[in-house]
Write a protein that binds this ligand. Sequence first.
Ligand SMILES: NC(=O)c1ccc[n+]([C@@H]2O[C@H](COP(=O)([O-])OP(=O)(O)OC[C@H]3O[C@@H](n4cnc5c(N)ncnc54)[C@H](O)[C@@H]3O)[C@@H](O)[C@H]2O)c1
Length: 259
Amino acid sequence: MGRLSGKIAVVTGIGAGIGKGIALLFMQEGAAVFGCDIDSAAAEATIAEATAAGRADSLASLHPCDLTKPDDVTRLIGAAVARFGRIDILVNAAAIAPHMATAAAMDFEEQWRPTLAGEVDLVFLACKAAWPHLVASGAGSIINFASVNAYRGSRSFGMVAHCAGKAAVLGMTRQLAVEGGAANIRANTISPGLVQTAATAKAGATDDGSVRAAILDRLLIKRLGRPEDIAWCAVYLASDEASWVTGVDFPINGGVLAV
Ligand SMILES: NC(=O)c1ccc[n+]([C@@H]2O[C@H](COP(=O)([O-])OP(=O)(O)OC[C@H]3O[C@@H](n4cnc5c(N)ncnc54)[C@H](O)[C@@H]3O)[C@@H](O)[C@H]2O)c1
């Protein structure tokens, strides 16, 4: 408890999955969280959970907020600073549920472009908008989400756009670390393996089928990930415990890349 006491975090995508898990754990560890989601009902449900846990004062949210739209991102960062006074931590957990198709089948306008906008553009836009506030903080921390698929392909799904998007976030974040060092802004990625969330359920990766079986077969720890497996890594990276950690990636994946 208290590893993030006194810190102000913007967490995107608080309505579901990893972003929700991070928002709730950050508050438990003493941070105030300004969240957002494109899905208002989902964001409201997270707020209701925080309120039931007695943390109503530690969570505010802008929703609906479409982070692929620069004006919405500007509104988000402005609202966060207006509510809590500054920003120390930016967690970019929101992302589109990516369009899954092979390169041969993928439609450029309908599938490729929205996937890249929803995985890459929104991370860039939030980092850019929050940047002056992270400089002002004097100890800013950016946590972005790559994926195990930034490192390896998939036999189960056509995911050429997703692999490109997550590799882009990895490279972008490394360069953000380079550009932020002089201002003591740290920037790191977390690369989750398969975590049980709305997005992975929608993709058909977590039901009791052959895809799940193939994934479990590769895992050294024989269960799918949970949002809190990822959220604990985010707590570390957001905290002063990680004050000399920047420009790196944390693969949290049950050992899937080890064999
Ligand atoms: N779940 C996994 O197995 C896994 C694996 C590797 C990487 N990741 C990455 O982790 C992050 C979180 O994934 P998740 O599984 O929790 O996703 P999720 O779909 O469960 O939750 C994402 C949230 O972001 C919101 N969102 C989507 N687009 C948005 C937009 N344009 N503006 C505002 N909000 C938007 C959604 O409404 C949703 O509430 C993503 O970057 C994802 O790519 C997830």
